[in-house]
Design a protein around this ligand. Structure first.
Ligand SMILES: NC(=O)c1ccc[n+]([C@@H]2O[C@H](COP(=O)([O-])OP(=O)(O)OC[C@H]3O[C@@H](n4cnc5c(N)ncnc54)[C@H](OP(=O)(O)O)[C@@H]3O)[C@@H](O)[C@H]2O)c1
Length: 275
């Protein structure tokens, strides 16, 4: 199957981004696969319709060069997937100043940088689509010591919803995909943990949270990442026009609970799981 459509994806070195790049390539799309270290990539280079571009979403010069390079290579970009992201976990009190800024810089400011750079191109083309990869942690709280990650993904959600009104008249569409934790990625290994050996007040909670994360992946209870890729592709191809797609049982169960009880009861229910 071939198409003349092109997708631009951030964070394609591993996990969901890499799988999404391969999926679109197999669908016959052109793929601008961006990553911080394209010189290390060996798998995506095998695809004729995938071109690699160097992009750290926190660096404006790299955003400008990657977007300009992709437009020059493919002529027109139809869909942008803001996938690059990482997690900061640990008590807020213990977080380094630089780590707090980094969490916002990658997960919220990064998509802002990419979206702003693409808007003139989308306006000139008479439309386009941004698919922003959020999390169940963007629509509800659920994991203690994840306040900074929550902050960054709530910010991405607010940005995406807020942009709807100014981009709708320009035929520029917005989508949010919320996953609840999937297998086959480096997310857990890449988490930056905030710790201080002199402050033990959060140790008990920390042990429970790390234990929960380890047991979830051991038990194989994480979602199949292909289900998330399918949800992304459904939006890009127009098979679905859902603004927000929550993928997987864990995320859907949490959101069902959140919408069915008062917030105080929700918070207590989650907190009890970590007592
Ligand atoms: N896995 C989960 O449990 C989970 C749950 C909910 C939501 N999410 C979200 O899903 C998205 C994909 O994550 P994943 O699960 O596939 O994890 P992953 O394997 O860790 O992939 C994250 C990707 O983001 C890239 N990245 C990190 N910082 C970047 C930066 N400054 N500039 C450009 N790229 C950067 C990483 O590149 P490097 O290789 O260079 O570090 C990597 O390619 C993220 O937005 C994440 O927040 C994940």
């Amino acid at each position: 199957m071939t198409t003349n459509k092109t997708v631009f994806i951030t964070g394609t070195s591993t996990g969901l981004g890499k799988l999404t790049a391969k999926h679109f390539a197999k669908l016959g799309w052109n793929v601008a696969a961006t990553m911080r270290t394209p010189e290390k990539e060996t798998e995506l280079t095998a695809y004729e319709n995938i071109k690699l571009f160097k992009l750290d979403v926190t660096k404006l010069a790299e955003v400008n060069a990657a977007v300009d390079g992709a437009i020059a290579a493919f002529g027109k970009i139809d869909v942008v997937v803001n996938n690059a992201g990482m997690g900061v976990y640990g008590a807020l009190e213990l977080a380094e100043e630089e780590t707090i800024d980094w969490q916002f810089a990658v997960n919220a400011r990064g998509p802002i940088n990419v979206i702003r750079k693409f808007l003139p191109h989308f306006r000139a083309n008479g439309g386009g689509m941004f698919i922003n990869i959020s999390s169940f942690m963007g629509v509800t709280t659920a994991v203690p010591l994840g306040s900074l990650y929550n902050m960054s993904k709530f910010a991405l959600e607010g940005l995406t919803e807020g942009l709807y009104y100014e981009l709708k008249p320009l035929n520029i569409e917005l989508r949010l995909i919320e996953q609840g934790g999937s297998s086959g990625n480096n997310f857990l290994n890449n988490i930056r943990w905030s710790k201080d050996d002199n402050i033990t007040a959060y140790d008990g909670l920390m042990n429970k949270v790390t234990g929960m994360m380890a047991s979830r992946s051991d038990e194989g209870s994480l979602d199949d990442p292909q289900t998330i890729v399918d949800a992304i592709a459904a939006q890009a191809t127009g098979a679905s026009r859902q603004f927000r797609t929550v993928v997987g049982e864990a995320g859907n169960n949490l959101l069902a609970l959140r919408s069915s009880v008062p917030i105080e009861e929700y918070l207590e229910t989650i907190a009890k799981g970590y007592e």
